[in-house]
Ligand binder design. Sequence first.
Ligand SMILES: Cc1cc2nc3c(=O)[nH]c(=O)nc-3n(C[C@H](O)[C@H](O)[C@H](O)COP(=O)(O)O)c2cc1C
Length: 173
Amino acid sequence: MDVYQAIKSRRTVREYKPDPIPQELVRKILQAGRWAPSSSNTQKWHFIAVQDRDTLAKLGKIATHGPFVGQAPLCIAVLMDDAPRPQLDAGRALQQMELMAWSEGVGMCFVGVREDDQQKAIKELLGIPEKMELITLLPFGYQADTPKGPGTPRKAMNEIIHWERFGGTAQTQ
Ligand SMILES: Cc1cc2nc3c(=O)[nH]c(=O)nc-3n(C[C@H](O)[C@H](O)[C@H](O)COP(=O)(O)O)c2cc1C
């Protein structure tokens, strides 16, 4: 799958088959995060790959914005350690992981864990040092065969793209 096709076809996946993701692909997904660009190349990230069923089930119970974590065969926790621009760096790394997975038929969902009690419980469960920032949980898996609606809509180009200056429209010739 080429990059544009992966970007255009990608959709958030929240229902997973129980099938495991081959370990070689798990490593490729992690490598895709590792090779992401970061502010001043600080690479202040850590990625915890969780595949233990019991731990996944516990994460699914804690993460109220993504209980389906409990059904996924893989969950990657994204942490930042005193990074200058943690959200931007983490965002670039997780997008690369998502597209890498998608290009091989594996989907994922960004699961927000901003509530203090959820942060604390997940940090305890995964042994994450207190000083680190837990950005998100990313459950990955092969999409379950349940009926899906049409793709998530996007705003029209002319609503969000401006040519040369704000409000500028495209030249027609
Ligand atoms: C920063 C961010 C936070 C998100 N948090 C959640 C979440 O907690 N739970 C969830 O089910 N989806 C979450 N999503 C997924 C979005 O709902 C989804 O990407 C959006 O509806 C567009 O759908 P698509 O990814 O299929 O194109 C999040 C996405 C982003 C970028």
